[in-house]
Structure formats: C-alpha cells, structure tokens
Design a protein around this ligand. Sequence first.
Ligand code: 5GP
Ligand code: MN
Length: 339
Amino acid sequence: MDKHDISSLKQLLSTKKKIVLVPHKNPDGDAIGSTLGLYHYLLKGNHQVNVIAPNDYPNFLKWIPGEDSILKYDSQTKICDTLINEADLIFTLDFNAFHRTGNMETVLAESKAIKIMIDHHQAPEDYATYMFSDVSMSSTCEMVYHFINFLDGTDLIDATIATCLYVGIMTDTGSFRFPCTTSKTHEIVAHLIEKGANNADIHNHVFDTNSYKSLQLLGCALTNLKVVPESRTAYITLSQEELNRYDYKKGDTEGIVNYGLSLEHVVLAAIFIEDKQEGIIKISLRSKGDFSVNDVARTHFNGGGHINAAGGKSYLSLKDTVEKFISILPSYNKALNHE
Ligand code: 5GP
Ligand code: MN
C-alpha cells in the first residue's frame, strides 16, 4: 500500500461512511479476528459498520468481542444484500477472490462500493481499488494492525481490538511456531498484550473447548492416518459416517491435519473430509520447508492458499480422491525428498 493510497484512504475515512466487512466462507480465527478487529476500529471513527460472513463459524470463535453482531449471508440474505448494495466501502479480509465467499460472489462483484482488500494469500484477483496484499505476512490480523498504523490509528487500539487481532495471529501462526512468524509478528503481539489482550485466556477460549466426542473423533482420525514413506507424506480420511458417529460439529476437525505433519520425516500432510451435504471432499494440506501445498491445491484440488497451508475440494468420492492424491505424489517425490 503506497503513500498515495494511504492518503486517499485517510481522506475517504475522514467522513462518515457506510462500511461492510467481509471474511471468507467457513471463516477461521484469522478471518473473524481481522474483520472484528477492523470493525471495532472503524466504529471509533463513527462510521456505520457491518460485518457480513458468508456462513457460520465454529463455536470456539463465538466469544470474540462483537461476534454476536456478525450477520450471516446464508440465513440473512435480504438484509445483507441491502447493506452491500448501499455500502460506500467494502473491506474484504483474509481472501482475495470473490468465489471464496460462496453465494456472496455475485452481489459483491456487482456492488458499486469502493473495495479494499487486506489479505496474505497468493495470486490476488483484481477487484479492489485499494489492495493491501502481502504473502509474507503471518496473518490478515497482522496486516490489520499495520493498516491501522498506516492510518495513524495505533493509539486507538484498545483491549477489544487487541483481543480480536491476537486471535488471528495466534491461529494462523500455529501459536507462533510456523515459519511465517517473524520478529515483527512478536513485536506486534507484545504490543497487543500491552493493550490488554489476555494471551492465556484467548488460548483457552480457542484451543481448550474439546468435547468428549470431538476427542473421540480425533482418535478415529489418528487411527485412519496413513503414511507414504517414499513421498514423506501422511494423510488422514474422515468419512461422513465417521463424522456422524462422533457427533461432528463445525470446528471439530480444525488442526487435525497437523498431527500428520508431526511425524518424523514427514513434510507433507493431508486430510480428506467427506461432506455429503455439499457433495464434496474438503481437503486441507500442510507442509514443511519450501514444498508448496498451494501449488498442489491449485493444480489438482480446485483450491489454493499459502506455501505451507492450503485447502481445496474434490467432487470425486472419498476413495477416489485419496487414490488421485496417491497417484500424483510420485510427481512430487523429488521436491518432497529434497527437504
Ligand atoms: P484450511 O486447510 O485451514 O481450510 O485452509 C488452509 C489455507 O488455505 C487457509 O489460508 C485458507 O484460506 C486457504 N484455503 C482453504 N481452502 C481454500 C480454497 O478452496 N481455495 C483457496 N484459494 N484457498 C483455500
Ligand atoms: Mn489468514
């Protein structure tokens, strides 16, 4: 974001605006944290601000300050359409292509509002007037912190904003351990704690909310874990029947893919989760080092993401999806064994 963009944004935000903030579909901690952090900041500027999420999100995010004011497009479509059509500014956070908002794609594409993208994924689409896109950033929450700083608003960061932003930095960095975590990330996090983010409480809210059944589901996933040693790959499957058996709720499978990556020598981990309602297999991919799962997701599984964390989907059966995955592994063996 250059000086010119920053000064025009300052100018735009100097008078009261109708603003809509949008995270991606199936929002995660970074998507919700960044939209709510920016929401609280913009409210201080006396704007009319609404957060519209394409759909619902897991219970472990349903305590973040302001989350009860988030509108859900899939169940409140009419009011959301009106707000989007009347908006002066639309901020899109933690995604960079409209199709990542599911059913909101058309109304967003057709809206006349000025669009501002804040995002850290690869290959941004060209829909935004103001684009703050940086793949080197740990999280969109870290970028919202920088964005507030660009607007000379750092002094306005209070415990509420700090809490929201801490959530996304914590979740997208795997609690500050992924390579995307920089010294700058730690500096920002230190500042957020100074401003009143309670790190221990936030960690408990997000990570210590297992139910007995969700731990049993984890047990099932670990039982299903398979390793392909020659490709240094581990993968997990969860069928719809298994999800039903353990009373699956949104969020219960979050983070399970990382267990594969915790195996010695493994540099690529995948999880395949059957979703009969949507008629897809949801795929999450994780890697270590410079092996790009973004490439794998983009080339083979209708998805994308980052070098070390990406997602996608398959319209094949669970069995055929896994077969396809295993069949493409040899083409990556050189890169996988190079780590
Ligand atoms: P997850 O595996 O946690 O769903 O996603 C990992 C990363 O990949 C996240 O940053 C997420 O935004 C991105 N991602 C997940 N699914 C998709 C997808 O279908 N398309 C694209 N472009 N990115 C995805
Ligand atoms: Mn993110």
